[in-house]
Write a protein that binds this ligand. Structure first.
Ligand SMILES: *[C@@H]1O[C@H](CO)[C@@H](O)[C@H](O)[C@H]1NC(C)=O
Ligand SMILES: *[C@@H]1O[C@H](CO)[C@@H](O)[C@H](O)[C@H]1NC(C)=O
Ligand SMILES: *[C@@H]1O[C@H](CO)[C@@H](O)[C@H](O)[C@H]1NC(C)=O
Ligand SMILES: *[C@@H]1O[C@H](CO)[C@@H](O)[C@H](O)[C@H]1NC(C)=O
Ligand SMILES: *[C@@H]1O[C@H](CO)[C@@H](O)[C@H](O)[C@H]1NC(C)=O
Ligand SMILES: *[C@@H]1O[C@H](CO)[C@@H](O)[C@H](O)[C@H]1NC(C)=O
Ligand SMILES: CC(=O)N[C@H]1CO[C@H](CO)[C@@H](O)[C@@H]1O
Ligand SMILES: CC(=O)N[C@H]1CO[C@H](CO)[C@@H](O)[C@@H]1O
Length: 575
């Protein structure tokens, strides 16, 4: 099996690098029908669906204009007859702007499952990397462009004065793409006549997580199982809160750039003070703050001028700015960034945001404090989505932004409601988040879990991964904790990283949450724990295993037995 996986992936990369040259590759699986993929992957094969559902088929049109966006591209050109891989790729423009893309493995290699993968942020483009990495393992994968073709790096201008495009992004592109893709699958594999019991899955993180829930609201029968990471479900509050991050960072002087140094020092201090904490479940000296709530309390309860907990930042009670001093204002700004208490909904005075875990400070910094991002997340959101520029500093409590954002969501309907994950007997959901997530706060994901019925929902399993930033390790972690559970979205980091480590044997229900989900949906085995993996250096494509640790489904928690090597999985259990 291991060598099968290896040759499959190796062949894939080889033929990609030769850009579709007809090259002979070794047989990688014995076919039953022996029908060459080129014979199946023809425009005529899809003609039925096209005439039935409308849309336009674009065989083999290369996506040369999209090599850069989001680094999610297939490295090379589009495949339509990926002969060496035995995958048929097809893109259909359902409307003038909504496209769906589908990768169809050869029928003899198909695992009878489909996987819709989600997108990220406001970017418009099909997510080919997540599609590709699972198609190699026999999944039929599909993805929507969310209704616009626009690299995230080009900002949010695509949405300007265009609520229809915004609705496509919010839910409509997905709602058109899912049934369309399913129908393609039906026809391509002849599933009805052959009586194949197809199971439909979903995997996405951040906006991708939100899209899965939103699609389930539109059609509760869309999927049999969903793997949802840090769903950005609360868009209407999150965007104003992100604007507030810009406001706070400027007000408290966290944006002058000794920033990297400053943020690193604040982060280091949290680890120094909270790596282990008495009277909490975190007794592991592993450089990872697991009991982050208790840690935040420790900092909040310590006098900002004289409290010993702040000592490591220099200039305690002597607020003279210097290279080695984190000023009192900056310390206040640090706490303000983490809190939701400043920013309240105008209607009912409830906190607009959920606050961030204390160790998410590096993720906050990387994702929101940098000047170019701060501009698009605050000003561009209000300018292009809300229809008028509401500057980050127009209103200290954010009332104007929040009101406009709530009004916007009443029309566009981007927010997703976790209650839809409860009470649907045909839907199993695995939800996960990282406690160092500074983009979609893990407290927000806690809220979603609670809305969805929490531990009382037998069809829901929730994993909180200590030390994991947003969706994936985005390269800012000095610690690099075990976070890998086969989640989607690694394409955000670097498209050359096909997330499947082909040589580590991790593509199984113990290590890979999507495989665990299939076990649950198809065999009734609900996952109670997953083994999370840290690699030697994922940023550098070095996928050798560094160490592993269990992560446990709520309400249990990964617990160190108190003795021996903290990187030895044998010294951990779910309690
Ligand atoms: C898919 O379903 C068909 C029909 O039930 C079955 O013959 C085949 O073995 C299934 N394939 C897999 C990989 O389970
Ligand atoms: C579908 O399968 C049935 C039964 O095997 C077969 O008779 C029919 O020709 C197939 N249709 C297509 C379009 O392949
Ligand atoms: C933070 O801690 C790391 C790891 O201990 C260390 O390498 C780094 O120099 C520290 N950074 C600062 C700014 O203190
Ligand atoms: C927000 O600030 C405005 C003034 O800018 C004030 O009128 C309003 O009462 C404040 N709202 C809340 C909820 O604090
Ligand atoms: C991992 O690789 C990246 C990219 O090459 C490099 O910048 C980083 O220093 C490496 N990290 C470690 C811990 O070696
Ligand atoms: C992706 O990673 C590869 C290998 O580490 C590196 O050469 C390349 O520059 C990276 N690409 C981007 C866009 O970061
Ligand atoms: C051990 C092993 O087979 N590793 C391979 C995994 O896939 C990459 C990409 O094809 C290869 O470069 C590795 O050699
Ligand atoms: C149960 C178990 O595997 N314990 C391990 C704890 O860590 C030490 C190394 O520090 C191992 O020797 C033990 O086997």
């Amino acid at each position: 099996m291991a060598s099968f996986k290896f040759s499959l992936l190796a062949c894939g990369l080889l033929s990609l690098s030769l850009l579709g040259n007809a090259l002979s590759v070794p047989a990688i699986a014995r076919r039953q029908t022996n029908t060459p993929i080129a014979q199946l992957c023809r425009q005529e094969t899809f003609a039925t669906v096209l005439s039935e559902l409308g849309g336009q088929h674009w065989p083999g049109s290369p996506y040369t204009s999209q090599t850069e966006p989001q680094r999610r591209d297939w490295p090379g050109q589009v495949l339509i007859y990926a002969t060496g891989l035995d995958i048929c790729g097809v893109r259909i423009d359902i409307t003038a702007n909504i496209a769906v893309e589908i990768f169809l493995p050869h029928p003899d290699k198909w695992n009878n499952r489909t996987l819709m993968v989600g997108n990220g942020a406001f970017a418009g483009q099909t997510n080919r990397v997540d599609m590709f990495s699972r198609a190699l393992y026999g999944w039929t994968t599909m993805s929507t462009n969310t209704g616009h073709e626009w690299p995230i790096t080009a900002g949010l201008g695509w949405a300007a004065n265009n609520p229809e495009l915004q609705k496509d992004w919010a839910w409509r592109a997905m709602s058109r793409s899912v049934p369309y893709a399913k129908r393609i699958v039906e026809v391509y594999y002849n599933t009805t006549t052959r009586d194949i019991p197809v199971k439909h899955y979903y995997s996405g993180c951040s906006t991708g997580g939100r899209q899965g829930i939103r699609q389930t609201e539109v059609d509760p029968n869309s999927f049999d199982g969903m793997l949802l990471g840090a769903p950005a479900w609360n868009v209407r509050s999150a965007m104003p809160v992100i604007s507030r991050i810009g406001y706070i960072s400027r007000t408290f002087g966290l944006d002058d750039l000794s920033e990297t140094q400053l943020i690193q020092r604040l982060y280091n201090l949290t680890v120094e003070k909270c790596d282990t904490l008495p009277n909490t479940f975190d007794n592991a000296p592993d450089g990872i703050v697991s009991a982050s709530d208790a840690c935040l309390e420790l900092f909040r309860n310590s006098d900002i001028r004289t409290g010993a907990v702040w000592e490591g930042l220099g200039c305690l009670n002597n607020d003279t700015p210097s290279d080695t001093c984190v000023t009192i204002a900056q310390r206040q700004g640090f706490l303000a960034l983490l809190g939701a208490d400043v920013f309240r909904n105008p209607s009912d005075n409830t906190p607009a945001g959920d606050g961030f875990d204390i160790t998410s400070i590096k993720d906050i910094s990387q994702n929101w404090l940098e000047a170019d991002i701060r501009d698009w997340s605050s000003n561009q959101f209000s300018t292009y989505f809300l229809g008028r520029t509401i500057p980050w500093n127009s209103d200290a409590n954010g009332t104007a932004l929040l009101e406009a954002s709530n009004a916007w969501d009443r029309e566009v309907r981007a927010n997703a409601d976790g209650r839809v994950l409860n009470g649907n007997p045909n839907l199993r959901t695995i939800l996960y988040t990282g406690t160092a997530d500074g983009t979609v706060s893990s407290y927000g994901t806690d809220q979603l879990f609670s809305d969805a019925g929490g531990d009382g929902n037998a069809n829901l399993a929730y994993f909180k991964i200590p030390g994991m930033p947003h969706c994936v390790d985005n390269g800012n972690g000095a610690v690099n904790p075990p976070w890998y559970i086969g989640q989607g979205g690694l394409a955000i980091v670097n498209a050359t990283k096909w997330y499947m480590p082909n040589d580590t044997g991790l593509v199984d229900a113990a290590h890979d949450a999507l495989i665990a989900l299939t076990e649950w949906v198809e065999n009734g085995r609900k996952p109670t724990q997953l083994i999370a993996t840290a690699f030697v250096n994922a940023t550098n494509n070095d996928w050798r295993i560094r160490y592993q640790r269990p992560v446990c489904a709520s309400p249990r928690r990964q617990t160190y037995d108190g003795e021996g090597d903290v990187t030895d999985i044998g010294n951990w259990s779910c309690q």
